[in-house]
Design a protein around this ligand. Sequence first.
Ligand code: PXP
Length: 258
Amino acid sequence: MPVRALRLGVNIDHVATLRNARGGLHPDPLRAAHLAIEGGADGITAHLREDRRHISDTDITRLKNELTRPLNLEMAATEEMQRIALRHVPNACCLVPERREERTTEGGLDVRGAAETLKPYVAKLRDAGIRVSLFIEPDLKTIEAAAAVGADIVELHTGRYCNLALEHDVAGVAREIERHRMAASAAASAGLEVHAGHGLTYNTVKPIAALPEIVELNIGHFLIGEAIFGGLSMAVRRMRVLMDEARESVTAAASRAQ
Ligand code: PXP
């Protein structure tokens, strides 16, 4: 069977984190989304959190109206978020567990424990033409439950694997890759599309990208961090030019006046 192409969804939440640190409009997540697409992103992911700590409602409206690639709206399975999703009809919604005090999405969705509420919730989004993804641990029972509640997609949470890689835990990394391999295969056999993400970096992406059932990776924090290193010297150079030009023109005016 031919191996399917692997898409990249770029999560732009942390452009908004930086913008919100000053409360203004810069840096603009939509501009970052356009640049990510220019760089090869197949889609854009944004997480509208209950506390709006990064992405705002206005960001979602602008992304939905102006993006040239699919929008994947990450959200908690709440009524408020469902109303917002049904208003915008993004290409996909990825349902994630959300706790106010967490720094990022810790752990996957408890699909088995919430199956009764998730089933109609998923159905309502799907009826509106939205593809529904569940962000889960790479766990076989959870995959069965995801298929049973009618999801189109599961996104495997790679956070634990990435943390073990950071700790140089070779055995732990091998165990996690194997868990992802088995989970991806089981999910695909259950008719689910398989995505993965969380914490992926240049160092950790390859073993996950090599799993043939996975067709999309969603990556955010590391890429936004790397973009600073890729772009900082260029930004400083441009500022330097503007400052020097301004100085040269006053110096020239002062010498004409003498
Ligand atoms: N996928 C999901 C469902 C997430 O919640 C996140 C984090 O917002 C990501 C992918 C991306 O994780 P990271 O920012 O660590 O690359």
